[in-house]
Write a protein that binds this ligand. Structure first.
Ligand code: ADP
Ligand code: MG
Ligand code: MG
Length: 449
């Protein structure tokens, strides 16, 4: 157990109930809010976004390591997105069997054929980590994945620090309350969007509009210079909140809308090649010997810094390496996580189900839709997860640290490359998969130790 709030405090039920009520009140005051499932499109009824009662201890050195490597991850994602041969090679086996990735890849190919119309690139990503517990009690930073598409919670994580400060003050833990870090990824993310907007050459004030793919189908078009117009207004920057899951593309028109935006002069976040750079297959290929060197040929320290965060990642391609992976996983499934090329939480496969799936697909190319990854084991910490309609119960919790990165490139010129904040999410250790939006993890704050 990592050092958290002392057990005698956590076991004081009356105090915990009082703090939980105050915490929910503070969440409402500070805007840690979300809509509810019953009325997902209404703002008439809202509730607090789920969060932990207490912040979670995170070793300072590991936290700083995650921040320090972020700009290198930004560069890496950007370089991959500009390397069509690498993407082609990395994804060749996957797109044979995974229809969704194949469809994205087809758009990517079409854009390459036509030539990219926009040289400004806007990247807003979040690299996620867990702290793997070593035998000696120390922990090592291991990347779970990098999200290049709709990496969320920059807004809410800018607001949770005040809530935890309040709770710690109420609990009489003033010293800890002063150690809660300020965090404002929302400002950094918005700054990068504004930079891209400015470079696009926009002159008026920044206005934002939220549209569904279907709306873009109806009124969107490109003029002869490939400028994108929606509702009669020119669009400088397209930020995709949606479009990372097959379910987001309900019709052929939805795909047409994605393609229209990709072909346009608007700055896309992410553009199609950056979307593909964030796939789990690419993550696995990057972990092969020598691959990072391709992207950082004369920067061994950068390679070292990035590689230090890699967990074991294994191919399931057809061939002897993939065969070995299958054998390894079947022999000891609890050591691994089996991952398809999906996003949004709840898609991974664990334990005995790994054996079921692999027994089914091991002899066929279908297995190449997945990658295998070492399971990371963070130290559990006791805490309470505050969630609407859930009883207040002490839990053994595991946390995942995300780091937000932004970059803007114009042609060859990296105009901006920054680390803009962090996100800590925490879940019950009994839940193996899933993020906040998937209803499993809750928002948290690191307390550096
Ligand atoms: P997604 O793109 O759906 O978020 P992730 O790779 O982040 O996919 O996996 C979802 C969740 O599964 C993570 O938030 C984490 O809780 C758990 N998970 C993923 N990979 C590992 C791993 N290697 N070890 C332990 N847990 C993992
Ligand atoms: Mg993801
Ligand atoms: Mg994730």
């Amino acid at each position: 157990m990592a050092q958290g709030i002392p057990d005698e405090v956590l076991m004081d039920t009356a105090l915990m109930e009082e703090l939980a009520e105050a915490a929910k009140d503070a969440a409402a005051l500070h805007g840690v809010l979300m809509r509810i499932q019953e009325t997902p499109n209404s703002t008439e009824l809202v509730t607090y976004a789920p969060f932990t009662l207490f912040p979670t201890p995170v070793p300072k050195a590991v936290f700083l390591q995650a921040l320090a490597v972020q700009t290198h991850y930004n560069t890496l994602v950007d370089k991959i997105s500009q390397d069509p041969e690498f993407l082609q090679e990395a994804l060749a086996s996957t797109i044979e069997v995974d229809d969704f990735t194949a469809r994205l890849f087809k758009i990517h190919q079409q854009i390459l054929k036509e030539g990219r119309s926009q040289s400004i690139v806007l990247g807003l990503n979040r690299s996620d980590y867990m702290l793997d517990q070593r035998d000696d009690g120390s922990s090592s930073l291991k990347q779970i994945e990098i999200n290049t598409f709709a990496a969320s919670f920059g807004g809410l994580s800018s607001r949770t620090p005040d809530v935890h400060r309040r709770i710690l003050q109420m609990a009489g833990r003033l010293e800890e309350s002063q150690r809660i870090l300020d965090n404002n990824p929302a400002a950094g993310l918005a700054g990068a969007v504004a930079k891209a907007w400015e470079l696009y050459g926009s002159e008026r004030n920044i206005t934002t509009k939220r549209k569904r793919f279907g709306d873009v189908c109806k009124t969107g078009y490109l003029d002869q210079d490939k400028r994108l117009f929606v509702d009669g207004q020119e669009v400088a920057v397209v930020y995709f909140r949606n479009g990372y899951m097959p379910q987001n593309y309900l019709s052929e028109q939805t795909w047409d809308a994605r393609l229209l935006m990709e072909r346009s002069l608007a700055v896309k976040c992410p553009d199609i090649s950056t979307h593909l750079a964030g796939t789990k297959k690419v993550q696995q290929v990057l972990a092969r010997p020598g691959v990072l060197e391709r992207f950082f040929p004369n920067q061994p320290q950068v390679v070292e810094q990035i590689r230090a965060t890699f967990a074991g990642l294994y191919t399931l391609d057809m061939g002897p390496d993939g065969d070995k992976t299958v054998e390894m996983a079947l022999a000891d499934p609890d050591r691994y996580v089996l991952k398809p090329q999906r996003e949004g939480g709840g898609n991974n496969i664990y334990g005995s189900e790994i054996c079921q799936v692999l027994q089914r697909v091991k002899g066929t190319a279908e297995r190449t839709a997945y990658i295998l990854m070492d399971k990371i084991h963070p130290a559990p910490v006791k805490n309470y997860l505050l969630r609407r309609d859930a009883p207040l119960q002490i839990r053994n919790c595991l946390s995942e640290l995300g780091v937000f990165g932004t970059y803007v490139r114009q042609g060859e010129d990296m105009v901006m490359n920054e680390c803009v904040g962090h996100l800590l999410r925490t879940k019950n250790s009994e839940d193996s998969d899933g993020g906040v939006a998937a209803g499993v993890a809750v928002l948290d704050n690191p307390l550096l130790s």
